[in-house]
Ligand binder design. Structure first.
Ligand code: AHG
Length: 426
């Protein structure tokens, strides 16, 4: 049998070799043997051979008659060529041409990618350049110890965003209580929130870390007027600008610093991953239109906190160890890096669930709404998955404060819904 080729990616150019080969293969497989004498391409040639063989072994007269030449038919549906291998700059320009983003947002995203490249380079050298260990000082905005690389990564993000000239307000997990208004000379329309180096407690052991970011449009009523506003008013306007629900996000992404450096982002039209090719210093598309499997048998929680969890969550844990939703009576597998970006990335590709619940000690868990949960939820939803607090959609939450924390569950749609069913009942 000549294999039937389905979902063929034909090239619009008539000279494209893939068009000739694949196009004719499809035609040949759909033809009767009697007419399968089309020359040139693989499918036709195979079919012709097959016809002759039949004739020698006593096939019907019809088979050996010279059949009229058959022109390859044009397929009715032509799928778009894959963009895998496209570099980030070209992809951003294409998004702009297709009116999915404007030029300003393309500049902001490009700036973020530069920050990620610089941080990637520092992370790789951390062990030999004296960049491991604590920075000293009072810690970050959430009172957590800051690593040296936390501080440097924050400076890098702030610097590239300021220089981009497209960002009005930036808010970082590592900054003090209030977001930073970019001075007038460099001011722009976008609000960028970010965690420059998430999972940095892993740095000293050279385990995966990542940067997470989200981009909002400025709420024009809150844009600081540099001539007129005093400092207090500027701060208040910055906070209002940053405290937008995740549903307002225009773009979000993360960059994972691991065995590869992978930048994953969405501008609200699917999820795309770009792997840094160190030989050319470019992010190159490696995963196109990523979709999270609807179910998955991996769970990713810090189970050390089990005793402090609510009863519904404990019941859920027991259930997935007996096969849960997806695993036909067999226990799920546990995987936990302790670095949201790494755990999320694996969950997105393999399916399953990631969770950082609230508990008796920390009612809202550990993860921050603005820099972690909202951007990751936007990505998860764009990939067909979910981002939930266990009792509602993360993107619906109107933040009360900049460094707010929320319980967070994300990953495969059916797995997150399964978990929610336990929390709802309790
Ligand atoms: P940090 O940046 O201090 O290492 O925190 C990382 C975050 C997040 O990336 C990860 O999923 C979570 O904290 C891990 O927290 P636990 O160590 O409590 O499991």
């Amino acid at each position: 049998e000549i294999p039937r080729v389905t979902g063929v990616q034909t090239c619009a150019l008539p000279i494209c070799p893939c068009h000739r080969v694949f196009g004719l293969t499809v035609v040949a497989s759909a033809m009767s043997l009697a007419t399968a004498t089309a020359p040139v391409a693989l499918g036709g040639a195979r079919a012709t051979l097959r016809g002759r063989r039949l004739a020698h072994t006593g096939g019907s007269d019809k088979v050996i008659q010279k059949a009229p030449a058959v022109k390859p038919r044009r397929r009715g549906t032509v799928t778009t060529a894959s963009a895998v291998g496209t570099n980030l700059t070209t992809w951003l320009l294409r998004q702009e041409m297709e009116h999915k983003i404007d030029g300003e947002l393309a500049v902001v995203l490009s700036s973020v990618s530069i920050a990620c490249k610089r941080i990637s380079s520092l992370v790789q050298k951390a062990g030999i350049s004296g960049m491991t260990g604590l920075a000293g000082g009072a810690g970050n905005a959430s009172g957590e110890d800051q690593k040296k690389l936390d501080v440097v990564s924050n400076e890098i993000f702030c610097e590239v965003l300021r220089i981009s000239g497209r960002t009005g307000v930036i808010a970082s997990a590592e900054e003090e209580d209030v977001p930073v208004a970019v001075e007038e000379t460099y001011n722009g329309n976008y609000v960028v929130v970010f965690d420059p180096l998430d999972g940095s407690s892993n740095i000293d052991a050279a385990v995966s870390t990542g940067s997470i970011f989200g981009i909002y449009q400025s709420d024009q009523s809150c844009v600081p007027d540099w001539g007129a506003d005093d400092e207090g008013v500027v701060q208040e306007k910055c906070i209002t600008n940053v405290c937008q629900p995740g549903d307002n996000l225009l773009a979000a992404g993360y960059c994972m610093y691991s065995s590869s450096t992978i930048l994953t982002l969405t501008v609200g039209h699917g999820v795309y991953s770009f792997t840094l090719d160190p030989s050319i210093g470019e992010f190159v598309m490696s995963h196109e239109d990523v979709k999270i499997p609807a179910t998955g048998k991996i769970y990713s929680f810090n189970e050390g906190n089990f005793v402090n969890w609510e009863p519904g969550l404990k019941e859920y844990m027991d259930a997935i160890k007996k096969g849960g939703k997806a695993n036909d009576g067999k226990p799920y597998s546990a995987r936990y890096i302790g670095s949201l970006v790494g755990d999320f990335h694996r969950t997105m590709l393999y399916g399953g669930i990631y969770g950082y619940p609230g508990d008796d000690v920390n009612k809202n868990g550990k993860l921050r709404l603005l820099y972690e949960c909202a951007p990751m939820s936007f990505i998860a939803e764009q990939a067909g998955g979910m981002g939930s607090t266990g009792r509602g959609r993360v993107l619906d939450i109107q933040p009360d404060e900049v460094h707010q924390r929320v319980p967070f569950y994300t990953g495969s749609r059916e797995e997150v819904q399964y978990l929610e069913s336990f929390l709802r009942e309790n």
